[in-house]
Structure formats: structure tokens, C-alpha cells
Design a protein around this ligand. Structure first.
Ligand code: PGA
Length: 251
């Protein structure tokens, strides 16, 4: 794999409970980020986005509305995010899919996000594996359906995160093996090239997420041949998160 700038995304989910804590974690991560040539994206809850000043860190949202504007109580539009310095948005996270989001809705969110200049981090992942390999078809379909009608001019604003559901929120030895991750990375690259009918689609960064820790980050990135990581719990622990970033930057 040619050496490329790595991408490390911290998904804070519905944490922490106060702005004070959010600023503290963010500032600590920023100290590491300022010294390294890695794209670091922090995705806090919406309510903190405006209070976190980026430096070298990029801000991401954890969700975006599928609608443009108007009467949509509780929703936040892509345009609002873009105008408030947000650069990325996570779409299709399994925790949102579990609340009923379909590939069709995710596709609409992606259209909105890309047309307003945001970069998307599209999460895909199987909930289980079967010996017959049905999960491979499932993953290809997720990718294809979520990216339906998306113009290839947006390719450089697309990042795909592979997150097998059974590895999220577990212990570090429950993360997927680098070998298995690599198989899926190959599948995703091929599917993207087919879908967009463009070899450039093979350059879309692919991340892995699911129980990443200081212990397994390096082997996942080097053995899995991913371009970076999507990290949940450990992104709220600045010391651990900084250590992961530093280790991965050296690969
Ligand atoms: P985890 O979460 O790192 O806590 O397993 C990953 C995710 O849900 O993106």
C-alpha cells in the first residue's frame, strides 16, 4: 500500500455530559494533532460543535438531515453544518441503523451532505457471518444502495468505514482480525470501482472501526491495509487516543 495520510476519526457518540469536559478532551487531543501529519476528525454531539475550536483537528457531525430546510423538528441540515465549520459527517452508523435508518434514507443524507460540501464517512458492516458468504453480498448491497445516484465528482469527499457490528463496543481482542479486515477492504475497493465505473474510486479511503485500542491499532492498520480508524470509546480518553494516533502515524 502506498504511503498516504492516515485518517483517524473519534466518534464521541452521546458523550461527554458537559461542555467543560468536551473542551478538555478536545484540547488534549489537539496537542497531539498539532504535531502530526494525520487527518484527525472529532465527532462530538451537535451541541458542542460550535464551542470546539479546531486548530489542526477537523470537526465531524454524527448525523445529518436528509432534508434541505424547513419544518423538520429536531433535525440539523448539511448546510448548517457546513456553515459552522464542520467538515465531515458520519452516515449510516449501525447505532442509527438500529433506530430504523434504511439504506434509502442514508442515501438521501449522503446526497445532502455532499451537495453542501461536506465529506461523508459512510459506515457499513454485517451483523453476522455465515459460511456461505452471504454477508459479502450484504456488504456490497449496503454500499451500492447507500451510494445510489451519487455522482463520481464527489469521490474525493467519500470515506468508507467498515464496522462489523459484532465488534463494536467490545474488548480489544474482539476486534476483527487484520486478515479478515483486509479481505473486506479488497471487496469494498472492487465494489466502489464497479459502482462508479471509475478506477479513481479505488482510492477512496477505507477505515476500520470496532473495539480499536492502543494494543491492536497498529496491526489493524498495517495488516488490514486500511487508511485509518473510526474509534468510539477510546476517543474519549485523550491519553489512549493520542497514543493510537502517534503509533498509527509512524506506520
Ligand atoms: P468502539 O466504537 O470503538 O467503542 O467499539 C466504534 C464505533 O461505534 O464507531
Amino acid at each position: 500500500m502506498a504511503r498516504r495520510k492516515k485518517i483517524i476519526v473519534g466518534n464521541w457518540k452521546m458523550n461527554p455530559v458537559s461542555l467543560r469536559e468536551a473542551v478538555k478532551i478536545f484540547s488534549n487531543i489537539k496537542k497531539t494533532a498539532n504535531r502530526l501529519d494525520t487527518e484527525i476528525v472529532i465527532c462530538p454531539p451537535f451541541i458542542y460543535l460550535n464551542d470546539l475550536t479546531q486548530g489542526r483537528l477537523k470537526l465531524g457531525a454524527q448525523d445529518v438531515s436528509a432534508e434541505n430546510k424547513g419544518s423538520h423538528t429536531g433535525e440539523v441540515s448539511a448546510e448548517m453544518l457546513f456553515k459552522n465549520n464542520v467538515k465531515y459527517v458520519i452516515v449510516g452508523h449501525s447505532e442509527r441503523r438500529a433506530k430504523g435508518e434504511t439504506d434509502e434514507l442514508i442515501n438521501k443524507k449522503i446526497e445532502q451532505a455532499l451537495s453542501f460540501g461536506l465529506k461523508i464517512i459512510l459506515c457499513i458492516g454485517e451483523s453476522q457471518r455465515d459460511e456461505g458468504g452471504e454477508y459479502l453480498t450484504f456488504l456490497k448491497d449496503q454500499l451500492k444502495n447507500c451510494l445510489r445516484r451519487i455522482n463520481r465528482k464527489y469521490l474525493r469527499n467519500i470515506v468508507v468505514a467498515y464496522e462489523p457490528l459484532f465488534t463494536i463496543g467490545r474488548r480489544d481482542f474482539d476486534a476483527m482480525s487484520p486478515h479478515d479486515i483486509h479481505q473486506i477492504v479488497i471487496l469494498i475497493r472492487r465494489s466502489l470501482i464497479d459502482h462508479f465505473n471509475d478506477p479513481v474510486a479505488g482510492k477512496v479511503p477505507i477505515l476500520y472501526g470496532g473495539s480499536v485500542s492502543v494494543e491492536n491499532a497498529v496491526e489493524i492498520v498495517s495488516g488490514g491495509e486500511v487508511n485509518g480508524l473510526l474509534i468510539g470509546r477510546q476517543s474519549l480518553l485523550p491519553t489512549q487516543f493520542a497514543e493510537i494516533i502517534r503509533k498509527v502515524a509512524r506506520i
